[in-house]
Design a protein around this ligand. Structure first.
Ligand code: DMJ
Length: 573
């Protein structure tokens, strides 16, 4: 047995002996072929693995690169616009700078956002697609011709607050259901500031073409209003037929604010479409008014659209005058403060001289206010509407030399204190519609309703941004709490019929969502969120991106340059 096992083991070992193969060349050849085959097999597997690993690492790098790019885009100065293909333009506002701020600011911002969610979801539930919600009776009303005013006015607020699902639903409604072909006599002013402004802002923020297309559609329907002998527009136009006229109660005249508050929107539309016709119409109004512009820059509220001259009527920074002055300044800002828009700044500065002549102080508390004027007589009255002026003055103050700049900023701060006291002086802590100033009594409420107006918080927002003084945040917070206490109801927010008794009305104005809540939200957000260096707010608080001005002589060059820079969201329409 031992012998036989020794011999079988030596038989096995003989295959390892080279002499064995030298004597058997066929087996040698077979062994060689087997070796080549196995080597090739192993080498091939390794190559495949290596190739996969290489591909994987390339893919990983690509993912990392894209992630970085996305991160950069999200955190690019103030708001960001993608640099590539224009059709993917989109502004990231909510994540910019992480929205990090002190915990009180963050908590207050969330409370304001909750208020927006409450207002919006009530509108969605009870008034979807209508102009405004009546929260007490829980139904919608079409106060602007059935253009979905609240929905359009809310688009940018939803976007800025990061309410993405709500924004998407609103966008779908705009795309599928918004129809401007209405046999309705619309206000050119209201339709411009809410609808054209709201759509353009939504376009600038989201880059979605549908908003620009709709803005162009409605602006084209409004344009015939400017076809008057002077170019001063009629203030009312039928959206389906294009017949324009003025309201009967003005005696045939056009209203100053209604005629001089379309410049930002129509200039922006020309910039974004490359079509100068919108810009031409509205700039012509300013050129016409400049022909007879008085030395104090103050224009009465009625203008004859045939002659282009003003009629004997009130001079005011409140109702029917207000936003004309606001737009003189803001077109200068929108135009990058260049020589092309110098006239606007000059006219605005002239008007500020006039404003100074209207400034008075109350007794005994020395509140500064802006009076009104008829002929040579000053009227000791100020609308809450005129409380936009502190913000405007603060915004324009930096364009002056150092002394004037300080003087105007101080004035803005004094006026803001007065406006804040319009709120603080009533039992509900909400301001009335206007105030009278009698010696010895400081301020007395005149018309005592409050319809959720934004002007005071708008000014607080500008003053906080421009001075960094947190007092303005405190004042804004107090006003917000008063709205929460008096105006919040089960289905939205209502105004008050009387700020003394707190009796509620039945209307949630669209500007509460467009302006009041947006300015409050921004008051508690970092200044980089909708930076004032990059955006200009229209009078309905719709931020429009500041882009190079469309030079009327060379629209094509500007268009090509703009497209190369990827500044506009979509293809030109
Ligand atoms: C808004 O529609 C605009 O701010 C307009 O310029 C004046 N009034 C309301 C809000 O009060």
């Amino acid at each position: 047995m031992a012998r036989s096992s020794r011999s079988s083991s030596s038989i096995r070992w003989r295959y390892l002996n080279p002499a064995y193969y030298l004597k058997r060349p066929k087996r040698l050849a077979l062994l060689f072929m087997a070796f080549v085959f196995v080597s090739f097999f192993v080498w091939d597997r390794q190559t495949i693995v290596m190739k996969h690993e290489e591909e994987l690492s390339i893919l990983k790098e690509e993912v990392e690169r894209l992630q970085n790019e996305l991160g950069e885009l999200k955190h690019e100065g103030g708001v960001s616009v993608t640099k590539n293909n224009a059709s993917t333009k989109h502004v990231d506002v909510t994540k910019k700078g992480g929205l990090a701020s002190d915990p009180i600011e963050a908590e207050r911002r969330e409370k304001v956002k909750d208020a927006m969610v409450h207002a919006w979801s009530s509108y969605e539930k009870y008034a979807w697609g209508h102009d405004e919600l009546q929260p007490q009776s829980k139904n919608g009303v079409d106060s602007f011709g059935g253009l979905g005013a609240t929905l359009i006015d809310s688009l940018d607020t939803l976007y800025i607050m990061g309410l993405d699902e709500q924004f998407q639903r609103a966008k779908e409604w705009v795309a599928d259901s918004l129809d401007f072909n209405k046999n309705y006599d619309a206000s050119v002013f209201e339709t411009t500031i809410r609808v054209v402004g709201g759509l353009l802002s939504a376009y600038d923020l989201s880059g979605e073409n549908v908003f620009l297309e709709k803005a162009k559609d409605i602006a084209d329907r409004l344009l015939p209003a400017w076809s008057t002998p002077s170019g001063i527009p009629y203030n009312i136009i039928n959206l389906a037929h294009g017949n324009a006229h003025n309201p009967g109660w003005t005696g045939g005249d056009s209203i100053l604010a209604d005629s001089g508050t379309e410049q930002l929107e129509f200039i922006a539309l020309s910039q974004r479409t490359g079509d100068p016709k919108y810009q031409q119409k509205v700039e012509n109004v300013i050129l016409e008014l400049n022909k007879t512009f008085p030395a104090d820059g103050l224009l009465p509220i009625y203008i004859n659209p045939h002659r282009g001259t003003t009629s004997h009527s009130t001079i005011t920074f409140g109702a029917m005058g207000d936003s004309f002055y606001e737009y003189l300044l803001k077109v200068w800002i929108q135009g990058n403060k260049t020589a092309d828009v110098k006239l606007y700044r000059e006219m605005w500065e002239t008007s500020m001289k006039g404003l100074l002549s209207l400034v008075r102080k109350t007794a005994p508390s020395s509140f500064t206010y802006i009076s009104e004027k008829i002929g040579n007589s000053l009227i000791d009255k100020m609308d809450e509407l005129a409380c936009f002026a502190p913000g405007m003055i603060a915004l324009g103050s930096s364009g002056y030399g150092p002394d004037e700049s300080t003087k105007f900023l101080n004035l803005a701060e004094e006026l803001a204190w007065t406006c804040y006291n319009f709120y603080q002086s009533t039992p509900t802590k909400l301001a009335g519609e206007n105030y009278f100033f009698h010696s010895g009594q400081d301020m007395t409420v005149g018309t005592s309703w409050n319809i959720l107006r934004p002007e005071t918080v708008e000014s607080l927002f500008y003053l906080w941004r421009l001075t960094g003084n947190k007092t303005y945040q405190e004042w804004g917070w107090n006003i917000f709490q008063a709205f929460e206490k008096n105006s919040r109801v089960e289905a939205g927010y209502v105004g008050l019929k009387d700020v003394n008794t707190g009796m509620k009305d039945n209307m949630m104005q669209s500007f509460f969502l467009a302006e009041t809540l947006k300015y409050l939200y921004l008051l508690f957000s970092p200044p980089s969120v909708i930076s004032l260096d990059e955006w200009v707010f229209n009078t309905e608080a719709h931020p429009l991106k500041i882009v190079p001005r469309l030079t009327q002589r060379k629209p094509n060059n500007v268009r090509v340059r703009a497209r190369k820079e990827g500044r506009f969201g979509g293809s030109r329409i």
